[in-house]
Design a protein around this ligand. Structure first.
Ligand code: ATP
Length: 240
């Protein structure tokens, strides 16, 4: 018997005016899993994450997190329940220092001694950020800003972490680094749902994956299986 998933989408539908961006998808993430959602531009991946975090209204179906229905729950309430998203574009405050950006992740907490410890742990994981902790975040490279965004999310002590295209716009070496960080976060016991355009890397790292096409889930399975699926290879890995 399977435990209740940490996150479950049941027949989820989202529309922007007349555009049905998500057309009834079923997806689940079990406690401790790293699951990826891949698909072409405009397939509805970001919209799905935005619906989970209460940033766009759900038009049909339901969302379940930690055993409770959370459909249309606003994101500030979800953060308190330890459901945290790192948005596409990272959402860094360029004028604030790296340390200030990181500390913002802990705004829902008041265990100050513990927050300080967590902050130091983030700096241990990201020595480049430690060296620059008092520098304004706007001066960082894209890859470093992604590290700040993930470090900030970790300061909210996430139970479920949603990552929207963490490798977007980064140089290949930096992309590898970002995936290493994602792996380390997963190894700490954080459950992760990851959206990626880099299908190969995402599937290599994920326990399971879903493929999204024009608002539907077209394929799902263990990451390694999808990596070897002929349809995935042709459409997303540039192979025939
Ligand atoms: P990308 O990788 O480009 O972000 P995606 O798979 O995340 O792609 P979505 O961003 O979820 O796809 O977009 C799904 C569909 O919804 C697209 O047709 C897109 O044009 C449309 N869409 C997204 N955001 C809005 C919006 N705010 N208003 C209207 N239509 C939108």
């Amino acid at each position: 018997t399977q435990k209740t998933p940490l996150l479950e989408l049941r027949d989820l539908q989202v529309a922007y005016g007349g555009i049905k961006a998500v057309q009834g998808i079923n997806l689940h993430v079990n406690e401790g899993e790293l699951v990826c959602l891949i698909g072409a531009n405009g397939a509805g991946k970001s919209t799905t994450l935005r619906a989970i975090t209460g940033l766009v209204p759900v038009a049909g179906g339901s969302i379940w997190y930690d055993g409770k229905q959370t459909t249309n729950t606003p994101s500030y309430q979800l953060v308190r329940k330890r459901l945290v998203m790192v948005p596409e574009g990272r959402g860094i405050f360029g004028q604030l220092t790296i340390e200030e950006n990181l500390a913002m992740g802990a705004y829902v907490r008041n265990d100050h001694a513990q927050i300080k410890q967590d902050l130091e742990r983030v700096f241990e994981s990201f020595p480049r950020l430690a060296e620059r902790r008092h520098q304004s975040a706007g001066t960082l490279s894209g890859g470093e800003q992604q590290m700040v965004a993930m470090g900030r999310a970790m300061l909210a002590r996430p139970h479920l972490l949603l990552l929207d295209e963490p490798s977007m716009g980064l140089a290949p070496l930096m992309v590898e680094k970002v995936f290493e960080v994602v792996r380390n976060i997963a190894a700490e016991g954080v459950t992760i749902l990851l959206i990626e355009q880099n299908a190969r890397l995402a599937l290599e790292h994920a326990d399971r994956g879903y493929v999204m096409e024009s608002g539907h889930i077209s394929l799902e399975g263990p990451g390694k299986d999808l990596l070897h699926d002929p349809k995935v290879r042709a459409a997303y890995l540039g192979e025939d």
